[in-house]
Design a protein around this ligand. Sequence first.
Ligand code: BTN
Length: 263
Amino acid sequence: MTISTIADGLKTKKFGKKVFVFDTIDSTNTCARLLAECGTEEGTVVYAEEQTSGRGRLKRKWISAKSENLLFSIIFAPKIKERRYYLIPLLVSVCIVNSIKKDIPDCPVIVKWPNDILLSGGKKIGGILTELTHTYDNDLRIVVGAGINVNQSTFPSELNTTASSLYIATGKELNRITLLHSILYEIELVYNSVEADPDSIVERWKSHCTMFGKPVQVIEGKKVKTGICKDIDREGALLIEDKKGTIHRIIAGDVTSVAINTT
Ligand code: BTN
């Protein structure tokens, strides 16, 4: 993969205008963070065919077969309050889902709080890692890294029951760069509305989420909570209602659908 391959045909003005392309890197997020701290401009993308230390949420690893998937990180410099930073990964998730659906209209792809991309059967095809940092002169930067399982046809046994790919879902091999271009194009279109209309990002994300109204279990550190998934609030926290009617606000954790008695 070369820089020109990624730049060729890209229709954006800002996102992907500058791309750092690696055959192998430790983590595109680590690299993008360093670039952001040095003042590299908004919209810069770090792309890799393979990561040796790909990182997931909650200190997990992100494992991805070389040259089969999409692994990239984007630098954002949004003019929003730091507490509303969660809007940026929500926006990226929405743009990923829209781009997949444009390419494969009947692909049953959905989002799961906080930032997973799943097939409707529950297997994960993508994840997003968001990291906040500051430039040397103290301006907020948000690095959003995405791993999307595109053409991988098999997974290691430890991931087999939880992970899938677009190829497994559809039987079709996709052009990864076309998908990346489409995602960057969508991001550029939607990004300008974050400041003016932040709630529309949340609403768009919610329209792709199928968990509302369903019983869920949330693991938040060492605590486990069960209840009905009600909503996400203006700060991006998940709201669940327990059987006594108390609403719990979850800031970080893992959610799974469960069959529970909430009466
Ligand atoms: C998760 O679901 O836990 C988030 C996974 C994020 C993985 C991507 S791959 C590209 C970028 N670089 C990383 O090290 N992580 C993110």
